[in-house]
Design a protein around this ligand. Structure first.
Ligand code: NAD
Ligand code: UDP
Length: 332
């Protein structure tokens, strides 16, 4: 299958490109490098041992996107391109609505024009807002988002559902990711956020490597096993493989929605302790106030993804802590 991967030089996109090649698919990437570097392309080519066709440009540029579809016989699309920083989205909501919605609408219009109607979209567990029940199933209410980033994901889900209602020939999969961490075992690709990270594990890596002084554990008075926040961390390689399975799933009597997580909740202290153990390092840390808008606990019900996609995670929390830090050390 020839797959267009938007945002394919980013963290999850790059790992998915590797899994697609492992599956025998061919990939075309479009990325404007707003949150990635062109050198990721060389690293991907080293890993997969092949030249990869890359378009450097903006997915909101309709003429460019048309040219990509003219020049390549694309069978399906995996759509990662978008902005993802929660605090920035609160400061600059229009930037987020413009980019995340415009990329998606432009892409869908061009796909329709070229009769390519198979798409997998990067959604997020954030669409569930504050969980009403745990574990979160795909049937839980969505839309109670607490920041503009999350709301863009919710809006895009709605746009895709409306599109399917208008034309049942669309084959749409919405993947709701939980917390991706870790990196490819080669250490060539991984997560490389600009500036001070907002997410836990990139922050831990920077404390471990000496770039940041101390980890603030934001909240130790939640109603959880040890008072710290609980999340469902999933190895990015497992998550990436979920996209390969989603493309293979030919059922399309509805918009398909799947949680991609492990189904297991881990507290901040549990994952930091695991990080210290597997990397034989001590993290300088202190307790700090809760982050505004944070929820106590969030983890996935993975039954539907297992039954319908055959999705099962292979990697452990140890792997996530070791592989993520291996990437950081190799790219210091
Ligand atoms: P990322 O920032 O590493 O990758 C996104 C890529 O898209 C970047 O390479 C960026 O340069 C590119 N991009 C952004 N706007 C573009 C545009 N207008 N045109 C072309 N390229 C553009 O992010 P990621 O962590 O790999 O996330 C991928 C997707 O998954 C995003 O949509 C994100 O919202 C979603 N997601 C991520 C997480 C997470 O924790 N990382 C969780 C849930 C959902
Ligand atoms: N967290 C923390 N310190 C940080 C960043 C995050 O203690 O510097 C906590 C946060 O409160 C949450 C967990 O780590 O309980 C995961 O946060 P992250 O931002 O990685 O994921 P999200 O909250 O978006 O699911």
């Amino acid at each position: 299958m020839k797959v267009l991967v938007t945002g394919g030089l980013g963290y999850i996109g790059s790992h998915t490109v590797v899994e697609l090649y492992n599956n025998g698919d061919e990939v075309i990437i479009i990325d404007n490098l707003s949150n990635s570097k062109e050198e990721v392309l060389d690293k991907l080519e080293t890993i997969v041992g092949k030249k990869i066709k890359f378009y450097k440009g903006d997915l909101c540029d309709k003429e460019l996107v048309r040219n990509i579809f003219k020049e390549n016989k694309i069978d399906s699309v995996i759509h990662f391109a978008g902005f993802k920083c929660v605090p920035e989205s609160v400061q600059l909501p229009l930037k987020y609505y413009r980019n995340n919605l415009d990329t998606t609408i432009t892409l869908l219009e061009v796909m329709d024009e070229f009769n390519v109607r198979k798409i997998v979209f990067s959604s997020s567990a954030t669409v569930y807002g504050t969980p009403e029940i745990l574990p979160l199933t795909e049937n839980c209410v969505v839309g109670g988002t607490t920041n503009p980033y999350g709301t863009t994901k919710y809006f895009i889900e709605r746009i895709m559902e409306d599109l399917y209602i208008s034309n049942n020939n669309w084959d749409i999969t919405l993947l709701r990711y939980f917390n991706p961490v870790g990196a490819h075992k080669s250490g060539l690709i991984g997560e490389n956020p600009n500036g001070i990270p907002n997410n836990l594990m990139p922050y831990v890596f920077k404390v471990a490597s000496g770039e940041l002084e101390c980890l603030n554990i934001t909240g130790n008075d939640y109603d959880t096993v040890d008072g710290t926040g609980v999340r469902d961390y999933i190895h990015v390689v497992d998550l990436a493989y979920g996209h390969v399975l989603a493309l293979k799933n030919n059922k399309h009597d509805e918009v398909k929605i799947y949680n991609l997580g492990t189904g297991k909740g881990t507290s901040v202290l549990e994952i930091v302790n695991m990080f210290e153990k597997v990397n034989n390092i001590t993290i300088n840390k202190r307790f700090a106030p809760r982050r505004i808008g944070d929820i106590a606990t969030c983890y996935a019900d993975t039954k539907k993804a297992k039954e319908e996609l055959g999705f099962e995670t292979k990697y452990t929390l140890e792997d996530m802590c070791r592989d993520g830090y291996n990437y950081v050390l190799k790219n210091k």
